[in-house]
Design a protein around this ligand. Sequence first.
Ligand code: NAD
Ligand code: TYD
Length: 349
Amino acid sequence: MKTILITGGAGFIGSHVIRRMVNLSPDTRILNLDQLTYAGNLENLKDIENLPNYQFIRGDITDTAFLEKLFGDEEIDGVIHLAAESHVDRSIADPMAFINTNIIGTVNLLNSCRRSWKDMNGKLFYHISTDEVYGSLGKDGLFTEETAYDPRSPYSASKASSDHLVRAYHHTYGLPVVLSNCSNNYGPNQFPEKLIPLAIHNILHMKPIPVYGKGENIRDWLYVEDHASAIELIFQKGVHGRTYNIGGLNEWTNIDLIRLLCQIMDERLERVPGTSEKLITFVKDRAGHDLRYAIDSTRIEKELNWKPSLTFERGLALTVDWYLKHKAWMENVTSGAYQSYYKTQYEER
Ligand code: NAD
Ligand code: TYD
C-alpha cells in the first residue's frame, strides 16, 4: 500500500484534495500533516476522519526534528505539499511567518524526502503554488509556464522562492518533482479573510463589503473542486520536472464579482433586489496591489486532458449555498482571533 503525505490538508484547498484522494484511492494511505494554524480546521474533514486509509498528524513543517522522526517512522512514497501561509494581506502586515513556513518549511520537506528516498524510483514531491509568482499583468496577455517570475508581495515572493528551491532540488539532487501554479480558488471551506467568503459573511450580517481601491483589479477564479481534480491528475500523470499552470479562463473585476455575489445573496436570502449592493464600500487600496492575474492552461488541458467543470455563476451559487447551510462553521471561524484580525485590517481603512 502506498503512503502519500499531504501537507496543509486541514486548510481550504488541502481538505478538498484529501477528500477526493481518500475516496478515489482506497488502496492508498493518506497522511494529513497540518499544524492547525488559524487557517487549519479539522471540521473541514469531519465526514472522512474515520476512513481506514486516512490519518491526521499534527505538526509543523518548520520543525526539522519532527519531520525527521515522521519520515523515519513512516515510509512515504509521495508528498503533495500545500501547507503555507496563504493570504497576501497578512503577508503585508507580517512577512516572517511566510518566510518561515513557505520557504524554510518547504526546504525542510525537500531535505526529508532527499534523505529518506535512497531509491527515488516511484517517489514524487508535488509542490502546489500560485500564479501570483508571475507578477501582475496589464490589460492583455496570459501567464504561461514560460513567463518570467516577478513576485511583488511578501506572499508571492515566498512562494516564488519555494518554487525555485523545488526546481533546484530536482536539478541538483535528481529529486522527482512536479509543480503547479493555480489562479484564485473559491468554494466551500475557504477562510473568510479571502474576498469571496469575507463578502458572503458581511452580506449575511448586513455589514459593509470592503472593496479595495476602485474594485478594478482582475482575478481569474477557479472552483476549488476543479483545482483538486487538476492536482490529482498532475500527481498521477504529470511529467516529472514539469510545471503546470491551472486556471479557469474566468476573469472578473472585483467589483463585477461582488455585484454578482450580491444578486445571488439577495435571491437566496429573499431580500429586495439591490439590498446587498448597498453594502459595497470602497476602501483604501492594498499596498502594491497587483492589477491582473490570468492563466493560460493550455498545457494541462492538452497534455492531461483537464478542464474546469463549472461556470462561475454555478460555482458561486454552490459556494453561497454551502456557507448558508454551514452557518455554524462560519460562526466558529469568525469568533475569537478573527475579530481582532478584522479590526486591524479594516477599521482604519
Ligand atoms: P489555507 O491558508 O486555507 O491552508 C493552509 C494550511 O496549511 C492550513 O491548514 C494551515 O494550518 C497549514 N499550515 C500553515 N503553516 C503550517 C506549518 N508551518 N506546518 C504545517 N501546516 C501548516 O491555504 P489554501 O488556500 O488552502 O492554499 C493551499 C496551498 O495552495 C498554498 O500553498 C497556497 O499557496 C496555494 N494556492 C492557493 C490558492 C488560493 O486561491 N487559495 C491559489 C493557488 C495556490
Ligand atoms: P484575495 O481573496 O485576498 O486573494 P489574492 O489577493 O490572493 O488575489 O483578494 C482577491 C481580490 O480581492 C484582490 O484583488 C484583493 C481584493 N480584496 C478586496 O477588494 N477586499 C477585501 O476585503 C479582500 C480580502 C480582497
